[in-house]
Design a protein around this ligand. Structure first.
Ligand SMILES: C[S@@+](CC[C@H](N)C(=O)[O-])C[C@H]1O[C@@H](n2cnc3c(N)ncnc32)[C@H](O)[C@@H]1O
Length: 350
């Protein structure tokens, strides 16, 4: 069951458009359409000669974007229900041209968090699912009920930066030996018990109240949706994706996302491919933080590619592989999902 959702407020809205500077006629990509809050403004800015390509894993968001953006004057609109990590391949194959402006507002939308059937939140009991789209692989319940103790502890520690990952993993293994863990409530209570709390009892930290289940839920969401893997692939392909003069804006919500973005932008700058428009991440001002609590953890980084795409790819053979427009993948492209370092391998319970 879903609760009534408050109106959608796109995060760091003014800052994104001040720094991304989309112009009439641009080819823009919104990697994470969500409720089309940013996309609508992108379309306004690029005008009737502009082109927009939008991605989202969630078919509902794609359907809503079709309605919201479909009636707006635009030269072309393409909406794809798949991961933004497919963009590199689309540019490589010449199906889409190099990109003038790209926005990625990472993570999940508030509407997804508020939909209890998705199991992203433990504020209400719901199925332990966490998939942002139907094509995403195993659910959180699948992982929790099949991974072994070491894999679970590794996942919770790595993606949740949770210090008590081991006892939590142990408690999960013990609980599921009695009955499978199927709901958000079951898992949240189990984690709270590891912290010596009663079901529903919050924990007090120096930063205020935090439910001890928060980090475990974040870890599972990241693992289920392969969030860091998709981001890494996009960052790796970015130098080939962007047109000369192209700008990239990325909004991240936790350090595991922000760190690779910061490192990628620094490396592009060190290689002389362009400049960091934001040396330090742009964060929400006091007013936005009050009006939209989700903005409190948002960090915006923007980079401008200034070099020719050829300069980003000194290897002529590589250029030829990517067709007449040229391309410049750096490094190998792991097409084999089994080679994915972030994907926890599913194991059968004995
Ligand atoms: C924070 S919301 C975007 C909000 C949007 N900027 C707006 O103004 O409404 C993030 C969206 O990205 C989608 N998403 C998350 N990971 C994705 C991925 N790898 N590929 C495509 N979409 C993704 C989610 O389904 C969600 O709709």
């Amino acid at each position: 069951m879903s609760v009534a959702t408050p109106p959608h407020i796109p995060v760091l809205f003014n800052q994104v458009f001040e720094l991304l500077e989309p112009e009439p006629g641009d080819f823009v990509v919104d990697c994470t359409l969500g409720m089309s809050g940013h996309a609508r403004e992108l379309v306004e800015r690029i005008g009737p000669t502009g082109r927009l390509l939008g991605f989202d894993l969630d078919p509902q968001h794609i359907a809503e974007a079709r309605v919201t953006l479909g009636g707006m004057p635009l030269d072309s609109l393409e909406l794809r229900q798949e991961s933004f990590s497919a963009l590199g391949g689309l540019v490589e194959s010449g199906k889409v041209p190099p990109v003038d402006r790209l926005l990625a507002d990472l993570g999940f939308a508030s509407s997804q968090m508020d939909d209890h059937e998705r199991g992203l939140s433990f504020s209400h009991d719901g199925p332990l699912d966490m998939r942002l789209g139907p094509d995403v692989g195993p659910s959180a319940a699948d992982l929790v009920n099949t991974l072994d103790e070491q894999e679970l502890a590794g996942l919770i520690h790595r993606f949740g930066e949770e210090r008590r990952a081991r006892p939590i993993a142990r408690a999960i293994i013990h609980a599921r030996s009695q009955q499978p863990i199927q709901t958000t409530g079951q898992l949240a209570d189990l984690v709270r018990q590891v912290f010596g709390l009663r079901p529903g009892q919050p924990m007090f930290t120096r930063r205020g109240r935090i439910d001890p289940a928060t980090r475990t839920f974040m870890a599972l969401r990241i693992a289920v949706n392969q969030e860091l893997e998709h981001l890494d692939r996009l960052l790796r392909d970015m130098p080939a994706i962007m047109a000369p003069g192209g700008r990239v804006a990325i909004i991240s919500f936790h350090s595991l996302e922000d760190r690779p973005v910061k490192q990628a932008m620094r490396s592009w700058s060190d290689q002389g491919w362009g400049r960091r428009i934001t040396r330090k991440p742009v964060v929400a001002d006091e007013r936005e933080r009050c009006e939209n609590p989700r903005s409190r953890s948002a960090k915006l980084r923007v980079f401008a590619f200034e070099s020719a795409r050829e300069a980003r790819c000194p290897d002529r053979n590589t250029m030829e592989r990517f067709g007449a427009r040229g391309g410049d993948w750096i490094g190998e492209r792991p097409e084999d999902p089994a080679a994915d370092p972030y994907r926890p391998q599913r194991k059968r319970r004995r």
